[in-house]
Design a binder for this molecule. Structure first.
Ligand SMILES: Nc1ccn([C@H]2C[C@H](O)[C@@H](COP(=O)(O)O)O2)c(=O)n1
Ligand SMILES: [Zn+2]
Length: 165
């Protein structure tokens, strides 16, 4: 028997882990996941956008509009920052981060300071916004590479049916 040929690529695998992580998000509007990988292709951190530990998901607002303090924005910890903070205790220098959404300026700072040297993103839907421009400016200056993920598939279906294993 010859080996399978339709296995997923590293990029598809790690972006898949980022997208699966996003499924844990409680944000009703936008679910973002991130996955950090070292130079041996080992996953060393993952995260998704959510409230800081101890802040009750049911007590804090999830609105996008209105009085700033009554929106989610001052409270939500972004997926990239959570992935960095959730790392398994490694030095992240030379690692890459897969993220469903291009990092904002605040996450760009954390990415740079952590030593991550490459960002691989899926969506860049806020391209041109101030946060995205500031993020790019810092990443460019600090020499952090970024690129859109390269995928050859549009979807992965997961089955939790025992018969499918
Ligand atoms: N790179 C990013 C960008 C955003 N997020 C989080 C922050 C919010 O929970 C949500 C964005 O809100 P919306 O697009 O609905 O205004 O996504 C992140 O984790 N990483
Ligand atoms: Zn961010």
């Amino acid at each position: 028997m010859s080996k399978r040929t339709n296995y997923i690529s590293w990029d598809e695998y790690f972006m898949g882990v980022a997208l699966l992580s996003a499924k844990r998000s409680k944000d009703p509007a936008t679910q973002v996941g991130a996955c950090i990988v070292n130079n041996k292709n080992k996953i060393v951190g993952a995260g998704y956008n959510g409230l800081p530990a101890g802040c009750d998901d049911n007590e804090f607002p999830w609105d996008k509009q209105g009085d700033f303090l009554e929106t989610k924005y001052p409270y939500v910890c972004h997926a990239e920052l959570n992935a960095i903070l959730n790392n398994i205790g490694m030095d992240l220098h030379g690692c890459r981060i897969y993220t469903a959404l291009f990092p904002c300026n605040e996450c760009a700072k954390a990415i740079i300071q952590s030593g991550i040297t490459e960002v691989i993103y899926l969506s860049d839907k806020y391209n041109g916004s101030d946060t995205s421009l500031a993020s790019r400016r810092m990443l460019d200056t600090a020499g952090v590479q970024y690129r859109k993920v390269e995928v050859h598939i549009s979807k992965i279906e997961l089955s939790f049916e025992e018969k499918d294993v």
